[in-house]
Write a protein of this length. Structure first.
Ligand code: AMP
Ligand code: MN
Ligand code: MN
Length: 361
């Protein structure tokens, strides 16, 4: 397999353990804080003209952490430029600062520093990151995916955090940036979306305390939930109606395929309403998958795979083996090939993983 760590001399800081750091001045609780390596704080302090980027197919944590980092840097008197491969979908346009996100063609070649948020490998930045022009620029990677390939010059990877936005709460505290106003709104969005509204198995009291602190800072939880998790286009339901007619359940694995034709006819603009998260609620299944046909930038037919697992099962490892990434309960990858070929091959691998993992229970 291809070597997926692309930069030499990467620092690996396994800051996964939450320990009491310094007394936090919080009106309600003395929060536990994460100890952040001084290298990370120093690289931020030392640079001014900073490009921030997140991942393709962005979710709430991608937007929350990108925009949140923008607010942190502006508070420090710096000049951040925020870029994303994709156009901001309607559901995230309420986020303060979203109007300032630029597309890849507006990204320059020269910055002092690049900060990559919530992306587990370099390819996830899409065409915002130009390998040749941007390679000499220091790259700070801040991410919570256990599958992160540590592709930065400096890497801060915290798989114990439920969202990259949780890491930014600790970063803001370490940099003495108040968790209030637009910053609080952006960071709570990532916490809400990556935990599916504080329902995932990694939602600890620490996560709830973090969320509470953001709400004390002014973030509006009901508004964030209403704008993100509790909002779908009717077209998404129409797509579900079509694709769920051909739902498969075998050996604890539930899955559907979505063709380009079905997507086009429903007119959902590539949004499947997180169908894999819906499928994993099936009582009879431990692993769910959706396979969505797409054509990539080069005109090649490829399939986007999205996986979910119930507690006690892990789909992160398989996604990583297939060249993608994610977390034990939620992961994904993109594979070349037709919908029929890819779904058949991957379902076989998912069933094997299910059998192996069920035996360990
Ligand atoms: P999704 O199924 O798109 O909601 O993604 C679930 C999780 O898997 C997220 O943490 C994504 O960052 C990750 N993921 C999805 N697709 C890919 C991919 N092609 N490469 C790496 N990680 C992915
Ligand atoms: Mn994300
Ligand atoms: Mn995330």
């Amino acid at each position: 397999m291809e070597e997926r760590v692309s930069r030499q001399n990467s620092l690996f800081h396994p800051y996964c353990v939450l320990v009491p750091d310094k007394p936090i001045t919080n009106p309600i609780y003395n929060l536990m804080a994460i100890v952040i390596d001084p290298t990370i704080l120093a690289i931020i302090h030392q640079h001014n003209h900073i490009l921030c980027v997140s991942h393709v197919n962005p979710d709430g944590d991608a937007y929350g952490s990108l925009l949140g980092m923008g607010w942190i840097l502006r508070h420090l008197g710096k000049n951040p430029v925020l870029a994303m491969q994709d156009r901001t979908p309607t559901e995230f346009r309420y986020l303060p600062g979203s109007g300032q996100i630029i597309n890849p063609s507006a990204v320059a070649n020269t910055y002092d520093l690049i900060i990559c948020l919530d992306a587990s490998s370099a390819d996830r930045m899409g065409t915002v990151f130009r390998a040749e022009a941007h390679a000499p620029i220091p790259l700070l990677v801040i991410d919570h995916h256990i599958t992160n390939t540590r592709f930065g010059t400096v890497n801060w990877i915290a798989p114990d955090c439920v969202a990259t936005c949780q890491m930014l709460v600790y970063l803001a505290q370490a940099l003495d940036v108040p968790l209030a106003g637009p910053l609080a709104e952006c960071l709570l969005t990532g916490l809400v979306t990556d935990t599916l509204g504080f329902r995932t198995s990694n939602t600890t009291t620490t996560v709830m305390e973090t969320a509470l602190q953001l709400m004390v800072g002014g973030a509006n939880l009901p508004n964030i939930v209403a704008r993100t998790l509790s909002r779908r286009s009717v077209r998404v339901f129409q797509l579900w109606g079509v694709v769920l007619a051909d739902l498969h359940l075998e050996e604890g694995v539930i899955w559907v395929t979505i063709s380009r034709e079905q997507m086009k006819r429903a007119g959902t603009n590539r949004d499947d309403g997180q169908l894999s998260s819906m499928l994993i609620t099936a009582a009879e299944a431990d692993i769910s998958a959706t396979f969505t046909e797409k054509v990539d930038e080069t005109g090649q037919v490829a399939v986007e795979c999205s996986f979910r697992a119930k507690p006690g099962y892990d789909v992160g490892a398989l996604a990583f083996e297939l060249g993608g990434g994610g977390h034990p309960p939620a992961s994904g990858c993109t594979l070349p090939g037709t919908l029929a070929e890819v779904s058949q091959r991957v379902v076989t691998a998912l069933k094997a993983a299910h059998q192996q993992q069920a035996a360990l229970k």
